[in-house]
Each structure stands twice: as structure tokens, then as C-alpha cells.
Design a binder for this molecule. Structure first.
Ligand SMILES: *Cc1c(COP(=O)(O)O)cnc(C)c1O
Length: 485
């Protein structure tokens, strides 16, 4: 049954004469409007605003807020996105007037509290990364990638080495090659072996002194930790290149392994994933980057520095310039700080251990119906294939159909058709904040769905207000203007 909730706009709900309030007559003497505003600027008639009573407006917006799924309302196993619970305490702390009401142009002396927090966050991220120099400026993970590649480009320019290429594995997130292209590099894809890890021979054949950076996600987008990463880093370094670690999957290794220790020269964090900032719907996020001492002089300015017990905004020596206005997306950074301080080093390690435990539990429960081509064990997420259902049931696009049908059962869909190296991919990331009961309910729903008729699946979802929008058109050409009738 299609959801009966109203999707009418306020304009359509409007009826002449309805009011939310009745203002008393003005007692300020006014002359004719024409005497105050030149005639050519006067509208011929009042604007056609909707007329509604207050309860209608409240219901309208409250109902709209229930159309989407969210971490607060549903299990949200969207692979690669780390949709963990966003602690409400961190929302409250980020909303403190001392953070939220500051003016970005205030003098350093008057924002010492915020600067101290950002300085400590720089140090904590540097320690977790094993890479000491930190910029909090980038506004998202992808922006962090671009910023770090610009840092690398400056470094090679200074060395007088015009390196032109960036290598990315075929399983990489689309932002990696996109960032490389935006930073002016030629991107070259490195193949994976059948086990999902980097093909070292293919890497070797593509390494030369034109390669500036090898970008690697570890654990990778198949949820596997590539144990060759040390060897890979040695090879790339022998050719004078740098290793960039896409840190979107840090939730799997927090406090267990440090990218700087396994060979990375640069990385980004996604605080909105790993450190529980709320995200979805396009932001706001943040993408702080951490780099080696050698690359520190090129970081965007300003960074937060300390002299004695005074904090101030400082310039880096050979800065690539600013990549974001003011201090970056401070709200997300404050939440990340609160999250890290709340957990402490032992707590962060347990976050990673439980994220990996939850993913492995779910993998073990569902692999007989959704096989996992790359092994029996995973890190914080795994990539299953729905290919078998295509063969068994003749179901077209089985991954998409299962994803859509899950919505009817009150589960957000996993990521589908990514990474591109797995057919009918379903990328499932449960996160550590889910209970065993939730994981069991999800697994049992998957069993039920894979038993359902093709008709039920190919028309799903049946209970949402919109069924199957054209996703490309909806993103590229959204209808944002209402026209009467
Ligand atoms: C999310 C993600 C990114 C991009 O991060 P944004 O903050 O969304 O820009 C890059 N790589 C991987 C593997 C990701 O999961």
C-alpha cells in the first residue's frame, strides 16, 4: 500500500483567510506608501503567499521530516559511509554559545577556548594518524584528498621534479581519481588481484619517476586490510613517490594501526564518519589532513599554533594558500573533539574492535544467501554479491531490488553497485553502535526478501511516498520551483 501521507505543498494546502496569528493594528503613523517608496518599485498586488493556520504548518513540516530515513530512526548499513549513531551530547556541546556564536572575524585573543580545542584536535588527529602535521581546513574527505595532492604537487615543484601521474587501485572510491584530475594529475588505474588486494606486479609495471602519489584506501573498499601496504609504500618511496591514505575507513583500525607507521605520507580523516558527526544529504562534513614533517611547510594556512599558553593562527612557510574560509567546518570539528576525548585511546580501540566484530557477525549470518567473493573475514564492512539471485530467479538488478525492498521493512539500504569490481555488489557496514538484536533482525529480513516473489521485489518499495525516482535526473535536474496548477 502506497504511503498515504500528504506530499502537498503549503501553497496547495492554502485557503484564503486562514491565519497563524492576528497582529494588532499598527499605531505608527504612516503616510501613503508612494511617499516612502518610489512608485516604480511598488508591487501591483501583494505576493501570493500561502495562507494557513499554525497547526497545519507544524504538521506539514513534522510530516516532511519523517519521509527520510536517518540514523535516529532506522538501521542504516550504508557501506563506506560509516553511519554510526551521533551522540546527542556532542550536539549539545557543539551548540554552546562559546563555539556556535563566535564571529569568524574575532581577534585570536577573544577565541582562545576554540583555538585551544582546535589545537588539541590537530594533535590528537596527528597521533591517531602517526603523521604529525595537521590542517583542519578541508571541508570534506574529497576536499582533503584534493588539498593533500596540492601539497604533494608543491613539494615536487620545489624539488624541481615535474611529476605528472597519480596511481589509484581499481577498487578506489570515485573521489580519488576525481581529486587527482582536479589537482592537475593524470590518473592511472592499478589492477587488483583476485583476492581484492593491490596487484603488486601491475603496480611495479606502472611505477616510474613521473608518479607523484599512489592513493590507497586501507582497509580498502572491499573491507579488506591490504597486508602488502608496507611493501607497496617501500616500492613507491624507492621511486621518490608519496603514499596517500584515504582515511575514510579508519573506523576499522582506530588505535590498532597508524597509517604513518605503515608507510603513508599523507591522509585525510572523515570526522563525520569515523568520529560520529551527523552526515547524509550532502553535509556539512570535514576532511582534516595529516602529513609528514617533510610536507608540513606546504599545508594550507592558517594552522593553529601555540606559544606558551597562548593559541594563535599561524602561517605555514610555503603554504599552498587557503582552501576553506575561516577555521573550516568548526561544528563538525567540535563534535569530533568531543567524541575522541569521550572515548580516549582505549575507547577508540574498542570502537574499531566492535565495528569489525559486528561486520564479521553479519557477514557470517548472510553469506549463504549473499556470497562474499573476497573471503570469510572482513574489517568493518564487507561486499556481498546478489548475483546468485539473478541466476536462480531470473531477477534483473537483484542488488537494486533488495535495496529497494529493504525500505519496506524499515531498513536503510546498503550501498549497491560499488565497488565496481564486484558484480551486483551490496556493500554492508553495520558500525559498532548497533546491537546484536538489530543485526539479527536485518539478517532475517534479508532471508525473507530473497524468498519473495519477483513481482514484489521489482516494484518495491511499496510503502514510501515516492517509489523509484530516476536517481540521475533527481540529482542533476531537481525540480525546485513550484508552478501553480
Ligand atoms: C566517503 C568517502 C570518501 C569521500 O569523503 P567525503 O567526506 O564524502 O567527501 C572518500 N573515500 C572513501 C573510501 C569514502 O568512503
Amino acid at each position: 500500500m502506497r504511503n498515504s501521507k500528504s506530499t502537498q505543498l503549503l501553497f496547495e494546502l492554502s485557503a484564503p483567510g486562514r491565519r497563524g496569528l492576528r497582529a494588532p493594528a499598527s499605531d505608527v503613523p504612516t503616510g501613503p506608501a508612494e511617499s516612502l517608496v518610489p512608485a516604480e518599485h511598488l508591487a501591483a498586488s501583494p505576493p501570493p503567499l500561502p495562507e494557513l493556520a499554525e497547526p497545519e504548518v507544524v504538521r506539514h513540516f513534522t510530516n516532511l521530516s519523517t519521509y527520510n530515513m536517518s540514523v535516529d530512526t532506522h538501521f542504516y548499513p550504508l557501506g563506506s559511509c560509516t553511519m554510526k549513531y551521533n551522540p546527542k551530547r556532542n550536539e549539545r556541546l557543539a551548540g554552546f554559545a562559546g563555539f556556535a556564536d563566535l564571529h569568524p572575524h574575532q581577534h585570536d585573543d577573544t577565541v582562545q577556548g576554540l583555538l585551544e580545542l582546535l589545537y588539541e584536535l590537530q594533535s590528537m588527529l596527528g597521533e591517531i594518524a602517526g603523521l604529525p602535521a595537521v590542517s583542519l581546513q578541508p571541508a570534506a574527505g574529497a576536499h582533503g584528498e584534493l588539498t593533500a595532492l596540492m601539497v604533494a604537487a608543491s613539494h615536487f615543484r620545489e624539488l624541481g621534479e615535474p611529476r605528472t601521474k597519480v596511481l589509484t587501485p581499481d577498487s578506489s572510491h570515485g573521489t580519488n581519481p576525481a581529486s587527482a584530475a582536479m589537482a592537475g594529475f593524470q590518473t592511472i588505474t592499478v589492477k587488483s588481484q583476485a583476492n581484492g588486494c593491490v596487484d603488486l606486479d601491475d603496480l611495479k609495471s606502472k611505477l616510474d619517476t613521473d608518479v607523484a602519489v599512489f592513493m590507497i584506501t586501507n582497509p580498502n573498499t572491499l573491507g579488506l586490510f591490504d597486508r602488502q601496504v608496507g611493501q607497496i609504500a617501500d616500492r613507491v618511496h624507492e621511486h621518490g613517490g608519496l603514499i596517500y591514505l584515504d582515511g575514510a575507513n579508519m573506523n576499522a583500525i582506530l588505535g590498532r594501526a597508524r597509517p604513518g607507521d605503515f608507510g603513508a605520507d599523507m591522509m585525510h580523516f572523515n570526522p563525520h564518519k569515523t568520529f560520529s558527526g551527523p552526515h547524509g544529504g550532502g553535509g556539512p562534513g570535514a576532511g582534516p589532513i595529516c602529513v609528514t614533517e617533510k610536507l608540513a611547510p606546504y599545508l594550507p594556512s592558517p594552522i593553529v599554533a601555540r606559544t606558551g599558553d597562548q593559541y594563535r593562527l599561524a602561517k605555514t612557510e610555503k603554504s599552498i594558500g587557503r582552501v576553506r574560509s575561516f577555521f573550516g567546518n568548526v561544528g563538525v570539528l567540535v563534535r569530533a573533539y568531543c567524541y575522541i576525548r569521550t572515548h580516549g585511546p582505549d575507547g577508540l580501540r574498542r570502537v574499531a574492535e566492535n565495528a569489525v566484530l559486528n561486520a564479521n557477525y553479519l557477514l557470517s549470518r548472510v553469506k549463504h544467501i549473499l556470497p562474499v567473493p573476497h573471503g570469510d573475514r572482513c574489517m568493518h564492512e564487507f561486499v556481498a554479491t546478489a548475483e546468485q539471485l539473478e541466476k536462480d530467479k531470473g531477477l534483473k538488478q537483484p542488488a537494486m531490488n533488495i535495496a529497494k525492498r529493504l525500505l519496506d521493512y524499515g531498513f536503510h539500504a546498503p550501498t549497491v553497485y560499488f565497488p565496481l569490481t564486484v558484480r551486483e555488489a551490496m556493500m554492508i557496514e553495520p558500525t559498532e553502535t548497533e546491537s546484536k538484536a538489530t543485526l539479527d533482525a536485518f539478517a532475517e529480513t534479508l532471508f525473507r526478501i530473497t524468498d519473495e516473489s519477483e513481482d514484489l521485489l521489482s516494484d518495491a518499495p511499496h510503502t514510501t511516498s515516492i517509489s523509484r525516482p530516476n536517481e540521475v535526473q533527481a540529482a542533476r535536474k531537481p525540480t525546485t520551483k513550484w508552478t501553480p496548477g
